[in-house]
Design a protein around this ligand. Structure first.
Ligand SMILES: Nc1ncnc2c1ncn2[C@@H]1O[C@H](COP(=O)(O)OP(=O)(O)OP(=O)(O)O)[C@@H](O)[C@H]1O
Ligand SMILES: [Mg+2]
Length: 231
C-alpha cells in the first residue's frame, strides 16, 4: 500500500464548500489518477451523500488485521468516512476520542495504491487539525474560503495555525457560495496563492456523483495544475 500524496481540504469556517470541492477534485483527479477520499468530518460527514453511497456499513476484512477496513469504491475512487465507522453519539465525543478515531480510520483502511488521498476536514482548527497535521501529516493543505469578510478573517487565522504546524499551504480556492453576481474585488492580504475562483452555481446544490454536466476540469484547472506540480 502506498499513498503518493495526501491533501487536506480545510477551512476555519463551516459551510464554505470544503466537502463539495473535495468530492469534485477527487472526481477530476480520478480521470487520470488513482484517488481516495477520507471524510474526517465527525460532526457532519457528507461524502456519502456527494458520492451517492447508500450502504453506510463499513466492510471489514477480518483476515487483514493491520488494515481491516475496506473503502467503498465509486468508479475507482476509494472512499472511507468517519460516518461509516461511528454511530451518531460520536458527534459529542471529546477531542482525544475524535483524534484517535481519525487516526484509526486513516491507519486501518486498506487504501491500496493511491496517487492522491484527499481528506475532507471538519470546520475549525481544533483537535482534528492537530491529528491530521501531526499524525497523518498531509503533504499539503488546500484552503477553502468564501469571499465574505468574516470568512477571510477566519481564513487568515487558519493560515497561522497551519504555518505553526509546519503544514504547507498549496493555496486557496475561493468559493462564491453566497452570491450569483460575480466576485468582488477583495483584498485578501495573504501571501498565499488563489488557486481557483469558483462561481456560485445552482447545480452544485443537491447534486451527487457522477458530476457529469459541471465541466469540473475547467473549474479546477489551476488547482489540479498546482497539485500536479507539487512534487
Ligand atoms: N459555488 C457554489 N455555488 C452554490 N452552492 C454551493 C457552492 N459551493 C458549495 N455549495 C453548497 O453549499 C453548501 C455547503 O457546502 P459544503 O457542505 O461543501 O461546505 P463545507 O465547508 O464542507 O461545510 P462543513 O463545514 O459543514 O463541512 C452545500 O449545500 C453545497 O452544495
Ligand atoms: Mg463538509
Amino acid at each position: 500500500m502506498t499513498i503518493r500524496k495526501t491533501i487536506a481540504i480545510a477551512s476555519a469556517k463551516g459551510g464554505v464548500g470544503k466537502s463539495t470541492i473535495c468530492s469534485y477534485l477527487a472526481s477530476v483527479l480520478s480521470n487520470s489518477y488513482k484517488v481516495g477520499v477520507l471524510d474526517a468530518d465527525i460532526y457532519g460527514p457528507n461524502q456519502d451523500i456527494l458520492f451517492d453511497i447508500n450502504d453506510k456499513n463499513i466492510e471489514v476484512d477480518k483476515k487483514n488485521t493491520e488494515r481491516p477496513y475496506i473503502p467503498k469504491n465509486i468508479d475507482d475512487i476509494s472512499i472511507n468516512s468517519l460516518g461509516f465507522l461511528l454511530d451518531k453519539s460520536a458527534a459529542i465525543w471529546r477531542g482525544p476520542m475524535l483524534s484517535s478515531a481519525i487516526n484509526q480510520i486513516y491507519e486501518k483502511t486498506n487504501w491500496g495504491d493511491l496517487d492522491y488521498l484527499l481528506i475532507d476536514m471538519p470546520p475549525g482548527t481544533g483537535d482534528a487539525y492537530l491529528t491530521v497535521c501531526q499524525k497523518i501529516v498531509p503533504d499539503f493543505v488546500i484552503l477553502v474560503s468564501t469571499i465574505s469578510k468574516l470568512s477571510i478573517t477566519d481564513l487568515k487565522r487558519t493560515i497561522d495555525v497551519f504555518e505553526s504546524l509546519n503544514t504547507k499551504i498549496l493555496g486557496i480556492v475561493l468559493n462564491n457560495i453566497h452570491q450569483s453576481d460575480g466576485f468582488q474585488d477583495f483584498n485578501l492580504e495573504t501571501e498565499n496563492v488563489i488557486l481557483d475562483r469558483i462561481e456560485f452555481n445552482k447545480k452544485f446544490i443537491d447534486l451527487s456523483y457522477p458530476f457529469d454536466d459541471l465541466q469540473l476540469d475547467s473549474l479546477f484547472l489551476n488547482t489540479v495544475r498546482a497539485i500536479k506540480e507539487y512534487d
